[in-house]
Ligand binder design. Sequence first.
Ligand code: TRP
Length: 486
Amino acid sequence: MTREKPKNLWLSRWGFILAATGSAVGLGNIWKFPYITGEYGGGAFVLMYLACILSIGIPVMMTEIALGRRGRGSPIDAIARVVKENNGNPLWKTVGIMAMLCGFLILCFYVVVAGWAFAYTWKMLDGSLTANSVEALGEVFAAHNANPWQLGGWSVLVSLLTMWIVAKGVQKGIESAVRWMMPGLALMLLVLVGYAFTSGSFAAGFDFLFTFDASKITGEALLAALGHAFFTLSLASGAILVYGSYIPDGQSIARTTFIVAICDTCVALLAGLAIFPVIFANGLSPSSGPGLIFMSLPLAFQQMPFGTAFGALFFAMVSIAALTSAISLAEATVAYLNEKYGISRFKGAVAAGVVLLLLSLLAMLSFNLMAGWTPLGKNLFDWMDYLTSRWMMPLGGIFMVLLAGYALRGDIMRDELSLPPLGYALWLFMVRYVCPVLIMMVFLHALGWLGFDPIAKWYWIAGVIGLLAILGELLRPRVVPALAGR
Ligand code: TRP
């Protein structure tokens, strides 16, 4: 069977690396990583996180890129094509459908969060963040969210920017945007780390991040690290897969993946080094949870020389990081509309943009007018987050590795990854045994396993049985010949 010709390709060798790093580096690195490191106790957590990036993050990312490049298309089309090339069961297409829906649903609440960063850049400059306690800044944050026009205005702005860049195409839109945004982000980050260095508490911040305390290694922290490794690399949401489909043949997937994972990790660590010294210099708590960057940090910046300028720089950096992630989330859907229905990228971006505006409106209204509407105990914003990060991402990830590890004919992934024999054997081992089990553990744990979450209690038992049944069916005719081929 002849392979699909790519419609779009990255212009330069760095195209994919910059765009995928842009996708991976986001609120997860700058907002979430520092505060969960704070919660789980510093250096020990950082170490576990690095282990998880190596053991799950890198193999899964390689798998996603390889599937994308082999199938050359949006997540749905690429996976469908790869499965067809193997005469596999068409049900595997569901993996692509789920990945794309997952990405789009993440986008719908991600634009609201990205809107916070944009708004805070502005607020830093116009003097709205001069309250002099964390509590008072908490009230500023609450007031921002309570005003639907304000909150909605910023998220609409992010949505429009995202769709505008995606509409312009892979090379002229995405690649040319990330080509200046990513170096800009790196530069801002270095300036901020330099600033933290002068704060007088750099050593305290450094120790906090890198001092290793073995007693902090717990199952709980390990699972958090695993979940975060998955999230921070943007896995199982279609973004990396569709970006992978634009990589020219011949570029090494393994090397590229390592570069992206290393850049992503460096940004997370540097963000920690930019944030914690500033927090400590002002006697604030490192473990103040999700409010860390929106409440504690503005207070810290206020008390420091040139704090307003550096604070604005910080939030501008977060805004860019969030925007490049949003772009990757939108790309899968626009590529799909373009490929499946033959409509131009521009029209696809408009269509996806309209749906995005409607759904993100629901996410946004969860903070104010619809705050009281909490079907089954969660508002709509929390539902979108819950469904994607607790269900769709882990399940999508598991099925993706099972597809690549068991169901595909032996030579396809080998061909695509073109690793030396030992590297390939290692990848295969990870993808077959380590990743599915570890992701399954995170999945079950996050649903409240070991102290069940009431919603999950019944569903997961039925779910596991159902999964086993489906798997048995999908794998039965394949496992033996597939194994023979290796
Ligand atoms: N990796 C992003 C971050 O760290 C978040 C994210 C998760 C994401 N899945 C994604 C971004 C898919 C883009 C695409 O903030």
